[in-house]
Design a protein around this ligand. Structure first.
Ligand SMILES: Nc1ncnc2c1ncn2[C@@H]1O[C@H](COP(=O)(O)OP(=O)(O)O)[C@@H](O)[C@H]1O
Ligand SMILES: CC(=O)N[C@@H](CCC(=O)OP(=O)(O)O)C(=O)O
Length: 301
């Protein structure tokens, strides 16, 4: 639905339309991945903080996993370091890892926490190290440019994959009325620090919490086809085709792959939506038409 169409509607109508959704989601867990590209300006950041606070007040358990890719790149470039990305993952040497941990676990995480608390919510910031939330290991990235040759394995440095999630700390916080805000930094079995793509963390956290919804907020309306038209529903087969013919590229690759992983691991529904639309989270959850792309396993394409 066009967001301005929502604004023109009678407030009472909107509230009534929202009621069955509020009833459906009450006491359920909704995981929201807040991408760095959606953290655009003060107004949008405030809208996001409002949405999350409102969800908690009406009895839903929101859990936020945030990114911060552009924010990391800005600090790295001020230090004269240029990042390279392999299939949407930032090559992470030791110096880059330090910056990633400082930016994600520090500035970005605390900004989101402070904004939600400003709106009357009770947010608590965590990285995957806190409460041993995310056990990680080095990710192996397979790249196959030539179908005739076997895939090449690329060493991405300290890029991590999630081995397991221990959600105890999240359950403890949500039960006490807090909203967990999670930075995608993981810990290895020898205490080493890993940089994990935030989409990967969001999908595994959502699975571990048996979440009702995983919502991935980004800076485009959802998955776009070759004509830049929104694909409002997509299944695993079409995802494979669109990655294969490079219609889905870069940062959208981990997003669609993670949406599928979440569904296969028991999350009920997953949507990729434009976080630059004011109150995108509320529009997605509480209106009949919703926005963005819904991802399916074996479903409609
Ligand atoms: N088929 C596609 N549809 C939409 N976006 C795509 C597609 N292929 C690549 N992209 C890119 O993926 C980006 C979103 O990923 P990313 O930049 O990592 O965002 P975020 O910071 O929200 O995780 C879009 O801005 C777009 O440039
Ligand atoms: C391994 C890897 O690429 N990690 C990401 C972590 C942040 C992230 O995922 O941020 P967005 O969601 O804003 O893209 C990075 O270094 O940029």
């Amino acid at each position: 639905m066009n967001p301005s169409a929502v604004a023109d509607r009678n407030v009472a109508d909107i509230l009534v339309e929202a009621l069955p959704y509020i009833q459906q989601f009450s006491t359920k867990t909704i995981v929201i991945k807040y991408g760095g590209h959606a953290m655009v300006d003060d107004k949008l950041k405030r809208d996001f903080a409002n949405d999350i606070t409102l969800l908690k007040y009406i009895g839903i358990n929101p859990v936020v996993v945030h990114g911060g890719g552009p924010q990391i790149s800005k600090v790295l470039s001020a230090m004269g370091i240029t990042s390279t990305f392999i299939r949407g993952m930032r090559y992470t040497d030791d110096a880059t890892m330090d910056v990633v941990e400082m930016v994600l676990g520090g500035k970005v995480n605390k900004d989101i926490v402070a904004r939600i608390n400003q709106e009357g919510g009770r947010a608590v910031g965590l990285t995957g190290k806190d409460g041993s939330l995310i056990l990680a290991e080095k990710m192996k990235i397979y790249v196959q440019d030539d179908q005739e040759k076997p895939p090449e394995i690329i060493d991405p440095g300290m890029v991590g994959d999630v081995v397991s999630v221990n959600p105890e700390i999240i359950h403890t916080l949500t039960a006490k009325g807090f909203i967990p805000i999670i930075a995608p930094v993981g810990v290895g079995k020898n205490g080493e620090t890993y940089n994990i793509n935030a989409d990967v963390v969001a999908s595994r956290i959502a699975a571990s919490l048996e979440a009702e919804r995983l919502i991935l907020l980004t800076d485009v309306d959802g998955v776009l086809d070759a004509d830049n038209a929104l694909v409002s529903s997509i299944n695993d087969q079409r995802i494979g085709q669109m990655i294969g013919n490079k219609e889905i590229k870069g940062g959208m690759i981990p997003k669609v792959e993670c949406a599928l992983t979440a569904l296969k691991r028991g999350v009920k529904k997953t949507h990729i939506i434009n976080g630059k639309i004011p109150h995108a989270v509320l529009l997605e959850l509480f209106t009949d038409s919703g926005i963005g792309t819904q991802v399916f396993v074996n479903g409609p394409s």
